[in-house]
Design a protein around this ligand. Structure first.
Ligand SMILES: [Zn+2]
Length: 538
């Protein structure tokens, strides 16, 4: 069974009765403290996929995605002017935009991120946390948290062992003097207003010393995150919300939150889903560390369906290893192609059900719009071959793939080829390993000097073959090279190196058979003749 169907089956067993009364609610969020890292997409995609499954089963629901813009600004990322340190301690929505055009700091980063999420074809409804606060949606929970602060203290202590002083209030207000929130500490609550002092000394900011009295309602305050998280469950009527597995570890935040939700706010906590992380280059990615690719960068470099395929391929409790620099991207395309071809082939009935489901959910954006799934039955030019041909200026790539397909390309085929041309170019520019990048030298490269007499003899034999068989396919050429080098007792690495050195000026390159097939026959004959005449200096 596809992992998402399994989760939804369990979820409906527990929450299915609710679904008969009202649309179910799924929720997730992202704090916009800088450019979101690709790591944050694991959670987004997990929820979005579960939403797609509910849609596929005609179960009414909402998937709310929160732009968390009320957390405190606690560090200045390297790509933001360092003068921004004067705003440390303010809510993210109270910090100005780095480009002074967006509404505020959080929205500056949210714009590109939301744009990328929408472009990924997933469906969600976004909202800003600051608006919920200013509309008063949190007021009831702020009041409950202030009134039941001793019980919250006990929950923190029992679940996570965290000791809060008896004088602790689970709430912070915006200081009327300095505008910061991370530095304030409540000292009293009379049911309408709170007494506060701005004197907290956090790791990154100090209070201004002001003390005053104000209402904590209608956007003047925020709750500490575990209490706020529980308030969100209630306020948004959340039925399913997952979190990274670390939040579920013994003493973890989600366990604290679930208890606050039920014991303080009196609502059953949402269905739990734990998920694993995305690892890039073997290290867990975190948006605060600022290493690795940002979500927007990854979106720009992968077509929508390949991104979705990569993200849902693994069970949520398995780590996704994403190392875009190696062969990862061509392999992803190959894996997708295999499943897609199987799906539409005659042998479809033998295909495993979970693979079918997997492909359907990879393309849930298509089915959601009630478009014909059959449109995905198109010719899939191999990505690595596309990446190869786009580097051959004299090759008509459409003609080439028509030959490979063995039939004319229809409109859908051409659209797919165009898409792959676009992404192959991006891949070559950004992520491709050196071995896939090449340039045909118009004149004999200097590196041809490195060839010894055996190499030159072999190139002469190869040229004779190409002269006799000008229409040989890549496969035939490849076979010929292997058979002849074995017959002559030559080392294969050395033979291929000779070909690359004489055409590309470097000692490695794409599969030689393809390369030779794609190049003009007369050009090759002339090149190998010239090269085989060069006297050996070594
Ligand atoms: Zn202050």
């Amino acid at each position: 069974m596809f992992w998402g169907d399994d989760i939804i089956a369990k979820f409906l067993t527990e929450y299915g009765e609710e679904a008969k009364k009202r649309p179910l609610v799924l929720r997730d969020e992202k704090t916009l403290s800088g450019r979101p890292h690709i790591g944050s997409l694991r959670s987004f995609v997990m929820h979005a996929t579960l939403s797609d499954i509910l849609t596929s089963r005609d179960i009414p629901h909402h998937y709310f995605y929160e732009i968390n813009d009320t957390d405190a600004f606690d560090s200045v990322p390297p790509y933001v002017p360092q003068e921004f340190s004067e705003h440390l301690g303010k809510r993210l929505c109270d910090v100005p935009s780095p480009d002074s055009k967006a509404e505020n700091y959080a929205m500056f980063f949210a714009q590109a991120y939301l744009h990328a999420l929408t472009a990924s074809g997933y469906f969600f409804e976004s909202y800003r946390n600051s608006e919920k606060y200013s509309e008063g949606a949190y007021d009831e929970y702020i009041r409950l948290a202030l009134e039941k602060r001793q019980q919250i203290r006990v929950i923190y202590q029992e679940v996570s062992g965290s000791e809060k002083p008896e004088s602790w209030y689970p709430c912070q207000v915006i200081c009327d003097q300095c505008g910061k929130i991370a530095t304030t500490r409540l000292t009293g609550f009379d049911g309408k207003k709170v007494q506060y002092v701005c004197d907290a000394d956090t790791k990154y900011v100090k209070g201004c010393g002001f003390s005053g009295k104000k209402s904590p309602f209608r956007g003047n305050a925020t709750l500490p995150w575990k209490v706020e998280w529980a308030a969100k469950f209630c306020m948004m009527k959340v039925d399913l919300e997952g979190a990274g597995k670390d939040h579920y570890a013994a003493g973890g935040s989600r366990l604290v939150t679930n208890r606050i939700c039920e014991e303080i706010f009196g609502r059953k906590h949402p269905f739990d889903v734990r998920h694993e992380f995305i690892l890039i280059g073997g290290a867990k990615m975190s948006s605060s560390a600022g290493t690795g690719a940002t979500a927007s960068e990854v979106f720009a470099l992968l077509p929508r369906y390949i991104f979705r395929f990569m993200m849902i391929q693994k069970d949520v409790m398995q780590t996704i290893n994403f190392s875009p620099e190696g062969d990862t991207i061509p392999i992803l395309f190959d894996q997708y192609d295999e499943i897609c071809r199987d799906y539409f082939s005659e042998a479809n009935t033998e295909m495993k059900d979970h693979k079918k489901r997997f492909l359907e959910l990879t393309h849930a954006d298509v089915t959601r719009k009630h478009e014909d799934f059959q449109q995905l039955n198109r010719f899939l030019p191999r990505f690595i071959q596309v990446a190869f041909f786009v580097q051959m200026p004299h090759v008509d790539i459409y003609k080439k793939f028509e030959e490979i397909k063995g039939a004319p390309l229809c409109e859908l085929d051409r659209a797919e080829l165009d898409l792959r041309i676009e992404y192959a170019k991006k891949w070559l520019e950004v992520w491709s390993p050196e071995k896939y990048i090449f340039k045909i030298h118009e004149k004999v490269p200097e590196s041809a000097d490195l060839l010894d007499s055996h190499d030159r003899e072999f190139l002469k034999i190869l040229a004779e073959f190409l002269k006799k068989q000008p229409d040989a396919t890549g496969e035939m050429i490849q076979t010929f090279i292997y058979e002849r080098k074995t017959a002559l007792g030559l080392d294969s690495a050395k033979v291929f190196r000779a070909i690359y050195l004489s055409l590309l000026g470097k000692d490695s390159g794409p599969k030689a058979g393809w390369l030779l097939e794609a190049l003009d026959n007369q050009f090759l004959l002339q090149r190998f003749e010239e090269v085989s005449k060069i006297s050996f200096h070594g």
